[in-house]
Design a protein around this ligand. Structure first.
Ligand code: SF4
Ligand code: MG
Length: 286
């Protein structure tokens, strides 16, 4: 039983100009995302990263739940599943067990992954099944008109927190690491080229990889929280609100106050779930 797709072993190399068309289902375009939404930037970075890995489209599967970011599988020419709210990692787990040769990517939002899908998320991390979980984190439920999600920062306005959220927000990376994910990273749509490299590393990792991707929902989060425009929103949240791991090493705790770290935050090796399952089958039947 083959449990891993063939990928290039050469280091990441940026490629430009880049032809996106072989990776897209052009009949499904134009996409549904609002002007200024960060999801399109993430899609572009992902396609460039996929190309850099050399993984064939037929060896890739993308699984999503429900939400604006979960529309992504409709646009990519991989094996795709658009499933139920919060259940993307559960479907991805079944798919990977049935077809362990596939590289499985989960596209999920902060509401989808951290609220209704929270349990599936932590158990996927615990099992260390080979899948890349992309959490498109725009701090709000976008598709259903801007309710607070588990990542909405305190005091921020949403449809369900009109006077400011009083709930502490989840740190997706801390949760993933604590639950057992063996690759944990954070990127932003603002830092698209850096995100491309992080996505490449996540795709090349064997085991559960989680990337918390900060992107923007100008239509709800931006309007509710009085950002003048998308550029100001991206500047304040993604540029000024984050710092790379390398930069952080040179900054004092005071300067790091309120900033989120970007880059690869955790990487370790542990038995991958499908390999463990194969070992079990061999032991029982051998
Ligand atoms: Fe993007 Fe928000 Fe529009 Fe959804 S509602 S497409 S998350 S900007
Ligand atoms: Mg969201």
């Amino acid at each position: 039983m083959t449990t891993q797709v063939t990928a290039r072993t050469v280091p990441y190399k940026e490629k430009k100009p880049f032809d996106y068309s072989p990776f897209l289902r052009k009949g499904k375009l134009p996409h549904i995302w609002c002007a200024g939404c960060g999801h399109g930037i993430v899609l572009k970075s992902l396609l460039r990263a996929v190309d850099a890995t050399g993984i064939a489209k037929d060896d890739l599967a993308m699984v999503s739940g429900i939400g604006c970011s979960s529309r992504t599988p409709g646009y990519v020419d991989f094996n795709t599943m658009h499933t139920l709210h919060g259940r993307a990692t559960a479907f991805a787990t079944g798919l990977k067990l049935a077809k362990p040769r596939l590289k499985v990517i989960v596209a999920t939002g902060d509401g989808d992954a951290m609220a209704i899908g929270g349990n599936h998320f932590i158990h996927a991390c615990r099992r260390n099944m080979d899948m890349l979980i992309l959490v498109y984190n725009n701090y709000i439920y976008g598709m259903t008109s801007g309710q607070a999600s588990p990542t909405t920062p305190e005091e921020k306005i949403s449809t369900t927190s009109r006077y400011g959220s009083i709930e502490p927000a989840f740190d997706i990376c801390e949760l993933a690491k604590t639950a057992g994910a063996t690759f944990v990273a954070r990127g932003t749509a603002y830092h698209a080229q850096e995100l491309e490299k992080t996505l490449y590393e996540g795709l090349m990792h064997r085991g559960t990889a989680v990337i918390d991707i900060l992107d923007s929902c100008p239509t709800y989060y931006g309007r509710f929280n009085k950002y003048k425009n998308v550029a100001e929103m991206m500047d304040k949240i993604e540029k000024d609100g984050t710092v790379s791991v390398a930069q952080a090493a040179k900054l004092s705790p005071e300067k790091l106050e309120g900033k989120q770290l970007r880059g690869i935050l955790h990487r370790s090796e542990r038995l991958e779930y499908c390999d463990g399952y194969k070992n079990l089958v061999d032991r029982v039947t051998g």
